[in-house]
Design a protein around this ligand. Structure first.
Ligand code: PHE
Length: 485
């Protein structure tokens, strides 16, 4: 299991706590030293150090060091003196003159004798002379205490090379040249050091298990916030008695605009606003009858009592293919198909607009849209319904005021107040479909319609101030979005 590195969140065993406390008093101890200070067995220290290492609280440092110690000959010399010292003392005892072969028979082995004589001659405190066919050794000076002797006297137990003084180092080099006196070995020592985390982690007294520690984060698969919000919106519509309808993303200009009484010279229809699919045309966007009825509504109002737009309607423009600019295209096709006397339907889907992408405008986004058809529905019903709808989403302060759409009369715009940003945010447009829209479709009862962007609502929900963020796939954010805000 991966352990969260949150500083206070790492559970610590009693042994770990003891060791951390010891190291905080003195960092860089070895296992035995820690064991002694914490009064725990060394193999327990080792085990706990392994845990602390995986938690990133301590590190191990292996320190290699040269250690010197006396060998047998060296130990002998530390008890009885170096050969040169014994030679010197022997000469003094004998009044400063002995025969050479007496030295090897009485005090020194022949190896020791040759070393001692070599040194003594080199430092000129003896003289070797032949007299009457015998070789004699004469003492000619004093042998004051030597650096080698001094070093040996400090070596009753092994010493780290790094503790030698300069003088001792020179003595060591010369002693090391003489066989059997000293030995250098390399020792490895493991020291435990606290990491930054180990220095700062909170060591709580008492309980071995910290039940208040935050648990490790588990990132399971989950829906994108936009998708789960869409699901939530659908739930709300369904709970208010609505049924979902769906339709294609690609539509003829007829359904996206003409059937919605949008004049053929309306700016929204220009390529600067709408994506047209180049070189594509639908064979026939609707039945010839419907096309005729829509044509006359546009031209002079037809049978609706309206005066229409007063231009020559061009049928060719209706078969152009567009990426739908609003979900109202889906709504109006539903009305044409079903000609309902009563209905409550909604749709949620993607729409496209040829706009500059900014913090509040995207080229592709989503709309939610709904209609209520019935003989006695009024504008008050949509206002009530939308108030209820926003309320379910947790948005309590709503206001409405007059607006304009080519296909509704009267038309309203709704806004909700956002506490976090302390401002009113524009949401759904709505109204009652004009007779110029419903009559040609064969729908007799009034149709209340509303629709608006989904991303806006999602931004309010999650406190985002840039719509683009929803599509950036910032994993950190996606993982952290609360499931129940
Ligand atoms: N279609 C409108 C838009 O895209 C919203 C709307 C839907 C307005 C239904 C009135 C009725 O903004």
């Amino acid at each position: 299991m991966e352990i969260d590195k949150a500083e206070s969140g790492i559970p610590l065993h009693k042994l770990e706590k003891q060791i951390l406390s010891v190291l905080r008093e003195k960092d860089g101890l070895n296992f035995a030293e820690i064991g002694a200070k914490a009064q725990i067995k060394v193999d327990q220290v080792r085990r706990a150090i392994e845990w602390l290492k995986t938690k990133g609280l301590v590190t191990e440092q292996t320190i290699k060091e040269g250690i010197i110690e006396l060998l047998e000959t060296g130990k002998g010399a530390s008890r009885n003196g170096l050969p040169e010292r014994r030679l010197h003392n022997f000469l003094r005892e004998r009044g400063g003159k002995v025969q050479l072969n007496e030295i090897t028979s009485k005090v020194l082995s022949s190896d020791e004798a040759s070393a001692a004589l070599g040194i003594a001659r080199g430092s000129k405190w003896i003289e070797i002379k032949k007299e009457n066919g015998h070789t004699f050794v004469h003492l000619r000076g004093e042998l004051s205490p030597t650096p080698e002797e001094e070093l040996i006297s400090t070596l009753s137990s092994p010493r780290r090379l790094s503790t030698l003084t300069n003088k001792e180092r020179i003595a060591y080099t010369s002693l090391a040249r003489r066989p059997g006196f000293v030995l250098e070995v390399t020792s490895k020592e493991v020291k435990i050091k606290l990491t930054k985390g180990g220095q700062s982690i909170l060591i709580e007294e008492g309980d071995e298990i910290n039940v208040t520690a935050p648990p490790p984060m588990i990132y399971s698969g989950r829906k994108h916030p936009l998708q789960s919000f869409m699901d939530e919106v659908k739930e709300i519509f369904v709970s208010l008695g609505f049924e979902e309808i769906v339709g294609p993303l690609v539509q003829s200009a007829f359904w996206n605009f003409d059937a919605l009484f949008t004049p053929q010279d309306h700016p929204a229809r220009e390529i600067q606003d709408t994506f047209y699919l180049r070189d594509l045309k639908v064979v026939s966007p609707a039945s010839p009858d419907l096309l005729d009825r829509v044509a006359s509504v546009h031209q002079d109002g037809g049978a609706t009592g309206s005066r229409g737009w007063g231009y020559r309607w061009n049928k060719d423009l209706t078969s152009r293919v567009v990426m739908r600019t609003h979900t109202t295209a889906v709504t109006v096709r539903y009305l044409a198909d079903k000609m309902p006397e009563e209905a409550r339907v909604f749709s949620v889907g993607r729409v496209f607009r040829n706009e500059k992408v900014t913090f509040k405008n995207l080229v592709e986004f989503h709309q939610i849209e709904g209609i209520t058809v019935g003989s006695r529905v009024t504008l008050r019903d949509i206002m009530g319904l939308l108030t209820r709808f926003y309320e379910r989403l947790g948005m309590k302060k709503v206001k409405f005021w007059p607006s304009f759409f080519p296909y509704t009369e009267p038309s309203l715009q709704s806004m909700v107040y956002n506490e976090k940003f302390s401002k009113w945010v524009e949401l759904c447009g709505m109204g009652i479909f004009r007779p110029e829209v419903t009559r040609p479709l064969g729908v007799k009862n009034p149709v209340l319609a509303w629709g608006g962007g989904l991303e806006r609502l999602v931004m309010l929900r999650y406190g985002l101030d840039d719509a683009r963020y929803l599509y950036e796939n910032d994993l950190e954010w996606l993982r952290g979005v609360p499931l129940c805000p």
